[in-house]
Ligand binder design. Sequence first.
Ligand code: PNW
Length: 453
Amino acid sequence: MGFKKDFLWGAASASYQIEGAWDKDGKGMSTWDHLTEKPGAIYQGHTGKVACDHYHRYKEDIALMKEMGLKSYRFSISWPRILPDGIGKINQAGLDFYSDLVDELLANDIIPFPTLFHWDFPYELYLKGGWLNRESSNWFAEYTKAVVERLSDRVNHWFTLNEPQVFVGLGHITGEHAPGLKLQKRDIITIIHNVLLAHGKSVKMIREFSKLEAKVGMAPVCNVFIPADNNPRSIVAAREAMFSNNNGEHFSGWSNTWWLDPVYFGEYPKDGLLEAEKYLPPTWKEDLKTISQKVDFLGNNHYQGSYIKADEKGNPEHQRPEIGEALTGFNWRVTPEGLYWGPKFLYERYSSPLIITENGLSNKDWVSIDGKVHDPQRIDFTHRYLREYKKAAEDGVEIEGYFHWSIMDNFEWAFGYKERFGLIHVDFNTQKRTIKDSGYWYKKVIESNGENL
Ligand code: PNW
């Protein structure tokens, strides 16, 4: 048994990375619109103002998805497009866009799978303190309700948050992402708590207001540790590394348990509480009841893992990359076994069906002289990762889907348009789309339901 019959084969994107139309039809400003105005913040001063102009070209893009045989499409909704000030007045034109997008997907037999928040936070709410303000969870709930009331007669798959680790860590600790802050541990603990609360309240809203029976989850990016050999001690060491609070003095927010134990167990992990409890709000225990709403699946973005080997005493040794080891355009490692061990360890601990919500690699692909885009590395990368993912399914891990990152080349945050992750090539001067070789390869994978891997 490999991938189940109705497995969701898809690809993913995010509003700020593809839509463009940054100030069209009443859209408010996001913290990403704001950060990209800052000199030096983004590679070559690139912005998402136009990006792939998907806002105007979504029909053409969906036709390409159809051509590639996608079963589902994971996109995100821009909060300030729906609520220009983040709260209060609803912008109907913003809702119309997503409503039309959903109709077009359904007309092409593609299941819409929106994520409510993929980092484009309303600038007006940033002025009110952003995620530091305890009210942020109520703001997010209000926004969720506006979206669910409009789309839930046709949409029944939802993700609340994309990679909270990254928008907290890069956005609020290192300052490389919006809103570009460099805060200290006390504030970070507060922010994580508010973000978790926002997730919980959002799930409640979806359950309460959805017209169809909704399935919902969160899409974090987890640290994945891979046993470097078959020694059972290495497996134990890798599992321990995955589920210990490895934040240390500099609370990076990159802890799997700090994010997931509250959602699944209604508890913060004890080892993390030792250092963080003093910063939590007095209501934190009560809040955990809201945070731990039942979810239907665990989304997980996975790019690269780390290898761990245990010595005779069981002490973990982190394996360094080998000389000459394969690296992606981003210099990320190629670690296919992460798509076996990540799902396996996560499933053991949280017993939740899993969906890989992102996986892929960047390269500097170009259109060749024959008019095609040849990207053998992307094919090989995806092939290797999917084989491991299939093995997880064969081992009894419940997996429901796989979304390749990304459907098309797009605005890669602080790296602008330097890195290309797409299955579809985009010429950013002409907006011409070309399905890459990997896109045609993926089509065959989907047609055979992964039998050919
Ligand atoms: C994800 N890391 O970010 C995001 O969800 C996407 O929007 C983004 O385009 C994609 O991955 C590629 O970067 C990540 O440090 C950022 O391991 C950082 C990491 C992983 C994912």
